[in-house]
Design a protein around this ligand. Structure first.
Ligand code: AMP
Length: 216
């Protein structure tokens, strides 16, 4: 099964995708993670993306589409894919259809996590992750069980994303509203769109997503 998680920064896409990976054996494909990796490794794509990302803007469609194209050829996607942060423009949505078509893959569900935009800056600026394994945490909503130690891998190193500042979140949400929200009708017309209340607790959101995925 292949799905898209749609929603603005801070909607909970990454958190839910990580849990779907663990519990359903699906593969999270986060273009944000891929781009951060490319930036850290100074690849040509990373060098092009770095400045754009630091301004909270969208990286050109060709760059992210190429990253997804490459990722879909890896065997770890055979158990199904969760697209997280992709597509973000109509051109990307059209490109994704073509990438799936050529591989005989189907898009089963597009789940929009509906959130209150007022809350986003607060949610995003409180989040951090394990520098070793990437497990996600939050200052208020999700602290490690033992303070300062990652629940998953035991590392004591954590990091915060440079673009999670309150100032940049406003810009990223504006990009979402201008360029990504307009693709929602594209999926509504295909009959694959479902809405989930992203303001509910993490477990409830996961249950609501599961209900959509288990629908016949
Ligand atoms: P994310 O981790 O999904 O919040 O993405 C972080 C940043 O990476 C975004 O603010 C964009 O600059 C860039 N980015 C991630 N995914 C895409 C995409 N599908 N299209 C364009 N830019 C993207």
């Amino acid at each position: 099964m292949n799905i898209i998680l749609l929603g603005p920064p801070g909607a909970g896409k990454g958190t839910q995708a990580q849990r779907l990976e663990v519990e359903r054996g699906m593969k999270q494909l986060s273009t944000g993670d891929m781009l951060r990796h490319a930036v850290a490794n100074r690849t040509p794509a990373g060098r092009q993306a770095e400045d754009i990302m630091s301004q909270g803007k969208l990286v050109p469609d060709e760059i992210v589409t190429a990253l997804i194209d490459e990722a879909l050829d890896r065997p770890d996607t055979l158990g199904g894919v969760i697209f997280d942060g992709f597509p973000r423009t109509e051109a990307q949505a059209v490109a994704l259809d073509a990438l799936l078509d050529t591989r005989g893959m189907k898009l089963n569900h597009v789940i929009e996590l509906v959130v209150d935009e007022q809350e986003l800056a607060d949610r995003v600026s409180g989040r951090y992750s394990c520098a070793e394994c990437g497990a996600g945490y939050h200052d208020r909503n999700k602290q490690p069980k033992v303070a300062g130690v990652c629940d998953v891998c035991g590392s004591r190193e954590f990091s915060r994303r440079a673009d999670d500042s309150a100032e940049l979140v406003v810009k990223r949400v504006a990009e979402y509203r201008a360029k990504t929200a307009p693709i929602i009708p594209y999926y509504e017309n295909k009959g694959v769109l479902a809405h989930v209340d992203g303001m509910a607790g993490m477990d409830e959101v996961y249950t609501a997503i599961s209900r959509v995925l288990d629908r016949a």
